[in-house]
Design a protein around this ligand. Structure first.
Ligand SMILES: [Zn+2]
Length: 337
């Protein structure tokens, strides 16, 4: 896997609609009822932690080897990853080499999870997946999430291999997000599988701040590699199964147990972040994440007075958000490479 530059656009993504063209906009309906087939896990036995940090279970093999960190619950309402890690810990998982730390990250937000309002407990004060720059971590700012990030930071700084388990609100195929470095892309390739996820995405980051996989430890000269799994729908049983299967692949990779095999995987690079500029952003169809738009210049959404168009042929829609608030990410546009 080699790093590549971002391809150039062919068409403009945002085009002001002419006075004659009619808007497809229809008022946004309330959030639909999302599938909730996976109950929240009972994490009580992990809350204290075993190494001085709440919600962190660290096991040392006593043999030389990598420091592996598997993270769940960076977003408090995305508990499928925590379910997977709870299962693996209960099964007696121990590292044969090196050190393994399992992190249940935003326990304060998870404690507020309410199945009647499942989208509300993503965080307490701010998004824990936007605070991982040296600047934020070393600032004087305080929040529930920054305090937690500072508590976890020493573990992150030692991680040779980090997997961050997430899930998605809107219907989408599972995918792997990897920083554009040789080591992280190699790691992501080891996790890809024809049974899913087989799509590795490198994106443009979040303008709101650094995600955990963008911590300085995982930049080109940081020494560690990282990958984020979007395992499926937030509260679905199969999402926990995917998170568990990918975690096992990550551990086999880390422990030298995963034989090299050539998998037909797909790699995409995000070229555009489409941020809603109006309160009435609306897609022209109920696109699923991973949808493939054949022709460049296709109108995929309307945002106030603007049409949103695909910038090139064979454009991939990454995690469309069908109810973006003004200023929030509505979709990422990506090119298969
Ligand atoms: Zn998430």
């Amino acid at each position: 896997m080699t790093c590549v530059a971002v391809p150039r656009d062919h068409h403009r993504v945002r085009v002001r609609r002419t006075a004659l063209a009619t808007s497809l906009y229809t008022p946004q309906s309330p959030l639909p009822a999302f599938e909730q087939s996976l109950p929240p896990p009972d994490l009580s036995r992990w809350l204290t932690g075993n190494d001085g940090i709440p919600g962190v279970i660290t096991q040392r093999s006593g043999h030389a080897g990598p420091t592996v960190v598997i993270v769940s619950l960076v977003h408090g309402n995305e508990y499928a990853g925590a379910t997977a890690l709870d299962r693996l810990l209960r099964s007696g998982l121990t590292p044969p080499v090196g050190t393994l730390s399992v992190i249940f990250a935003n326990l304060a937000a998870f404690a507020r999870f309410d199945p009647e309002n499942p989208v509300a407990s993503r965080f307490v004060d701010e998004d824990l997946n936007r605070v991982w720059s040296a600047e934020r971590l070393h600032s004087n700012a305080q929040s529930c999430e920054l305090d937690r990030a500072r508590e976890l930071a020493p573990l992150i700084e030692r991680a040779d291999i980090l997997l961050d388990l997430h899930s998605m609100l809107w219907d989408s195929e599972p995918l792997l997000l990897a920083p554009n470095t040789e080591s992280s892309l190699t790691f992501a390739a080891a996790l890809a599988d024809p049974d899913g996820p087989d799509l590795i995405v490198t994106d443009l980051g979040h303008r709101g701040g650094n995600r955990l996989i963008e911590h300085p430890r995982f930049t080109t000269h940081g020494g560690g590699c990282a990958c984020l799994l979007e395992a499926g729908g937030h509260w679905q049983r199969r999402t926990a199964d995917t998170a568990e299967a990918v975690t096992m692949k990550a551990l086999e990779f880390a422990w030298g147990q995963r034989p090299a095999r050539r998998v037909m995987l797909r790699r995409a690079i995000v070229t555009d972040n489409v941020v809603a500029q109006s309160a009435n952003f609306a897609f022209t169809e109920s696109y699923r994440g991973g949808a493939f738009i054949r022709h460049g210049g296709t109108i995929i959404a309307q945002d106030g007075p603007d049409d949103i168009c695909t910038p090139y042929d064979d454009c991939l829609l990454i995690m469309p958000n069908h109810r973006p608030a003004r200023g929030h990410m509505a979709v990422r546009l990506a090119k298969l490479i």
